[in-house]
Design a protein around this ligand. Structure first.
Ligand code: ATP
Ligand code: MG
Ligand code: MG
Length: 391
């Protein structure tokens, strides 16, 4: 399909599913991550680089092996990406552009950027850590009320950089929990649902959005995704519009995951944006014309992409995605995976992670059906009926 080699920073499950999509199109991918990382396991080539995806030396090594550089995680060394973009000699392209990573990887810069672009988000402010932080947060509490969120600006994932400050007396614990990381505070969003939209941005800046989905989190980790979201058509189309508007303001090609809060009064706020394939878009592999992974490859390589590529397989297609998370028992995740093999319309994805840890994403199951009732029934066969009701 294309002779250009795609280098991927990070070889976890998102990288692995990018590799799967690339294989079908006969596009070569090279991965930078630790030996035996999930994406390397299914990609037989000697060109992979062993090392950390935030190590500048290793990123330069990867750049020598490829024509287009992308990433499955935003916590990468952005300076070296900028340096590679400027270096006209090696002709490497980075998508989405380094500038996009720079803004997105600092969640407060991201918020400021979105606000400048006129995209609705929760009100937020930077908070200097160190001496006097308690007093500063007391002021935030007066302004935003309780609860409010204290968040790490960088290196956050699965809610690990977040602390919900419920009372003024929680402030010292919040500071202790987040340590000396750069911080910002955010007004609490009393949401009725969390929604997400995957948006494809072509290298020419055109955007195409996938259907609006509903994400259900447990302990800050995404557990279930319902497709389409169980909300009115009006909310679904406003969410798609907001997501496209948010992604319009970034730079370079690729897919973007846009997480949103739906408030009681119908208002939508963008929570955060990922410049890469996203957990809430796994369902696109089975339920849509073209998956988010193939969409990402087409976008970064400037291959054709159209409206119809983001459509559900049929107008009545419904889907539920269940993340398979590790528990205290390292083998338990296999039980649900095996059970899913008995359910029609269920597809199992296991990521090949070497260790199971509580809360770790080890795989997922996508159920596809002709109606949400049918999809929910199939999910109840996996989980039991009480766990599948609307939260
Ligand atoms: P991810 O794995 O999605 O990158 P993250 O560590 O960046 O997660 P966030 O997306 O900021 O974390 O927050 C995780 C979850 O915490 C959200 O999906 C939501 O359920 C809750 N949350 C975050 N911010 C707020 C807020 N301002 N008000 C209410 N709930 C919030
Ligand atoms: Mg995040
Ligand atoms: Mg998030």
């Amino acid at each position: 399909m294309d002779n250009r080699v795609v280098g991927i920073l990070g070889g976890g499950q998102l990288g692995r599913m990018l590799v799967e999509a690339a294989h079908r199109l006969n596009i070569k991918t090279v991965i930078l991550d630790t030996p035996g990382a999930p994406a390397k396991q299914i990609n037989a080539t000697h060109d992979h680089i062993n090392g950390a995806f935030n190590d500048p030396v290793k990123i330069r090594e990867l750049a020598k092996e490829c024509d287009v550089l992308t990433y499955e995680i935003e916590h990468v060394d952005v300076e070296v990406l900028e340096e590679l973009e400027k270096d006209r000699e090696n002709k490497i392209e980075v998508h989405p552009h380094a500038r996009t990573v720079r803004v997105i990887q600092d969640k407060y810069l991201q918020k400021e950027h979105l606000q400048r672009e006129g995209v609705a988000t929760a009100e937020s402010c930077a908070v200097e850590s160190g001496p006097g932080c308690v007093e500063r947060l007391k002021e935030v509490g007066k302004k935003y009320g309780y609860p409010f969120m204290l968040k790490a600006r960088t290196l956050a994932y699965d809610g690990r950089g977040n602390f919900k400050v419920k009372h003024e007396r929680d402030i010292p614990e919040a500071i202790e929990f987040l340590g000396d990381r750069p911080l910002y505070a955010e007004k609490y969003a009393h949401f009725v649902k969390e929604l997400a939209v995957m948006v494809v941005r072509t290298r020419h800046g055109r955007t195409f959005s996938y259907p609006t989905v509903e994400t259900v989190h447990e302990n800050n980790i995404c557990k279930l995704v319902f497709v389409p979201a169980r909300v009115s058509d009006n909310i679904k189309s406003r969410a798609k519009y907001l997501a496209e508007q948010a992604v319009d303001g970034f730079w370079g090609g690729g897919v973007f995951g846009v997480e949103m809060f739906l408030l009681e009064n119908g208002e939508l706020l963008v929570n955060e944006i990922a410049p890469r394939p996203h957990n809430s878009g796994h369902y696109t592999i089975e339920a849509c014309a073209t998956s988010q992974y193939e969409a990402h490859l087409r976008a970064i390589l400037n291959l054709p992409f159209n409206d119809g590529n983001t459509f559900l397989q049929t107008p009545s297609t419904c889907s539920i995605m269940l993340n398979i998370l590790g528990t205290e028992d390292p083998q338990s995740y296999l039980q649900v995976a095996k059970q899913a093999l008995t359910i029609p319309g269920a597809t199992v994805h296991l990521y090949g992670k070497k260790e199971s840890r509580p809360g770790r994403k080890l795989g997922h199951i996508t159920i596809v059906a002709g109606s949400m009732t049918e999809a929910e029934f199939r999910l109840s066969q996996l989980l039991g009926p009480q766990q599948t009701q609307q939260p």
